[in-house]
Design a protein around this ligand. Structure first.
Ligand code: AMP
Ligand code: MG
Length: 324
């Protein structure tokens, strides 16, 4: 079976093609804000302008004829409504024109599924850390349950806000990580874990203020240490509660070496393992949507046209996963 997957939840318009659960092609076009964070209208304009070409290029470079496509998968949510609309319209049009099944995929679930496939972990506690999401997730009772999550802004968003104050353009994570590596002095900052949940807005405000008093390297170092320790603490508690022995880290922030190092230390101390999803699948992409969509179709799940509207607030635990 050949499935085309379309991703458009935020900054990326991605097209992936999967044949019999193997990725054939994974291409994308990314919106990069000139200044500030993601502007929903501008991001959707980018997707509108690049959807057709990205799709055409993916089909051309994979040598897949449109007659060979068996199904269309798309990111139905969660995400920025204006952005989701472009992927939704593209997918619905293709499905209708080619008269093939359509399946709406939950973006967070697809990050977990492709990460499991690529790393070989079977039943992980997943830390999904991105610009718009920060969740600690584990399978229980046929669904991916959210055990812990941010109470306000996502970790990626927190990092980008601090980076912006320093003058680093969006997305600020990679450069902030480099500054942090040069930091030497540990500055005590707010550390907010409430049960299984965590919070970043107080930490960000404090860090932004302290930038006037301390050098940016020490601030970035201390900020990362606090912010990531909160994530590792919540992940460890989820492992303790569920008895799971594997961690999977995914989402854009999973690129961070220090976060992975801290997670590995925690896992080692518990006799568990920590795996990182390959970078190309930590970033938003169409292949994970095609892959998860294909699994859904193989399990008898598809999305009728009338139910194919976007779901901007679609939560991970609302999705029934028959193969769990
Ligand atoms: P996503 O929403 O999954 O596309 O992830 C984007 C987020 O990942 C942005 O907030 C980036 O700043 C962040 N990010 C990317 N690379 C790194 C890194 N090396 N360290 C920390 N955050 C990162
Ligand atoms: Mg994502």
């Amino acid at each position: 079976m050949i499935t085309v997957g379309i991703e458009s939840t935020a900054h990326t318009f991605g097209v992936g093609i999967v044949e019999d659960e193997e990725v054939v092609i994974n291409q994308k076009s990314m919106y990069r804000p000139e200044k500030g964070g993601i502007h929903p209208g501008k991001a959707s304009e980018h997707h509108y302008a690049n959807a057709v070409n990205t799709l055409k290029n993916a089909l051309n470079s994979s040598n897949v004829d449109k007659e060979e496509i068996d199904s269309i998968a798309f990111s139905q949510g969660p995400g920025i409504p204006q952005c989701l609309q472009i992927g939704g319209v593209t997918a619905r049009s293709l499905s209708e024109a080619l008269n093939i099944p359509l399946v709406g995929v939950n973006h967070c679930v697809s990050h977990i599924e492709i990460g499991k496939k690529e790393t070989g972990v079977r039943d992980p506690v997943t830390l999904y850390v991105a610009g718009g999401n920060s969740q600690v997730i584990g399978a229980a009772g046929g669904r991916y349950r959210v055990f812990g999550e941010t109470l306000d802004i996502a970790i990626g968003n927190a990092i980008d806000k601090v980076a912006r104050k320093i003058g680093i353009p969006h997305p600020g994570g990679p450069e902030l990580e480099k500054l942090a590596e040069k930091g030497e002095k540990f500055i005590e900052l707010p550390y907010v874990v409430k049960g299984m949940d965590f919070s970043y807005s107080g930490l960000v405000t404090k860090v932004q203020r302290l930038l006037e008093k301390h050098n940016k390297e020490d601030i970035c170092y201390s900020f990362q240490e606090h912010a990531f320790a909160m994530l590792v603490e919540a992940t460890e508690r989820a492992m303790a509660h569920t008895g799971k022995k594997e961690v999977l880290i995914t989402g854009g922030v999973a690129a961070n070496k220090r976060l992975n190092q801290m997670m590995e230390t925690m896992a080692e101390e518990r006799g568990a393992t920590s795996a990182k999803s390959p970078l190309k699948y930590c970033m938003d992409n169409g292949a994970m949507i095609a892959y998860t969509g294909q699994k859904m179709l193989e399990n008898g799940l598809k999305t009728d046209l009338k139910e194919s509207g976007i779901r901007p607030g679609w939560r991970t635990e609302q999705v029934n996963i028959p193969w769990l």
